[in-house]
Design a protein around this ligand. Sequence first.
Ligand SMILES: Cc1ncc(COP(=O)(O)O)c(C=O)c1O
Length: 365
Amino acid sequence: MNNPPRVNQTHHGGKVYEAAKKLKCLPSEILDFSANLNHYTPEIKEKDWLKFKDSIFQYPPEENELKELLAHLYQTDPNFIIPTVGAIQALHLACSFFKGKRMLWLEPGFSEYSRIASIEGLEPVPISVELSLSAEEKFQKLVKHSKEGDVILLCIPQNPSGEQLQWSALIPVVEEFSDRNISWILDESFIEMTQSNYQGSLEFLDQFPNLFSCRSLTKNWKIPGLRFGFLSTSNAEMLERSEKNRKQWSISGVTNSWAQTFLNKNLLQKNQTAIARLLLETQSLIKTLEQNFYWKIYPTDTSFFLCELPNPLDALDLSQQLLQKKILLRTYPGDPSLKDRSHLRIGSRTKEQNLLLIEALRETI
Ligand SMILES: Cc1ncc(COP(=O)(O)O)c(C=O)c1O
């Protein structure tokens, strides 16, 4: 008998193309719960597609326009903004500033952190924490180890559990450490997919030039294929260096055209309403998984959550079975900090799509 198709999810979710190829179907047929996106975001209208099409045939305008647009939307200084190709490029850029320094972060965390540290020439200092600790307790553990590093990379809200550290816990420590020459890289890729102020740490940048905020627009606006984000800081040396080394046309004309169309107060408000709806559906999905399947779900403040499956359920086997039904889940087979095969992460989708997941689980388990 032929082996059923498997999708390697060792490092990332969102491997829709790989799944579609293996299942011999269209990527659009795959229900991807392994990436965390805002599935209620406003639709792209036909007339907008035509605008994006036109932008393929021109060189993009200077990035100053994008900086102004982002600054206006996020109520910050345009001079503090560096547009990037997703948060991933913002993380690379921020880390490149600290070449040769020691960087601390929490494990389990986003799988790219160690790769970024290695590519940008930083000494990696991952700090392992128990999943059962609260966001504040995990942060306190990191603070205890702060003497071992020069830069602290914090994911707010945390990936993979989705818990958010409160600013009231973080900012006093940033203040206290100001004279210790410690810098903070904040990965706020999912901050807009929480109930907190979408501005996140941007309101503190003026005060702390040792803060570097990495932001993503790919998740909250559901444009992971377009790739858009930014790095924000008031650090004059960093801003000067990045301006000097800026690569021409790194943000595409299509991204620029998308930003001009979508990044306005009216659509932002609609998007925030969409996120509130997504968060409600997330809670409803969590309740069903807890009550009907007896899964343990770690507390989350966003639209994704980490599940611990009851014995003898095997997360890898389950995800492979659901793959046959064209459903993708995020598992952690090679992650040293989530050693056993009982964890998986789910990014909630719309109410109807979540029901399809529940139905598939009922048929499978
Ligand atoms: C915690 C975290 N940071 C950054 C990124 C990269 O975001 P982007 O798609 O904007 O590059 C991801 C992507 O999944 C993520 O999970």
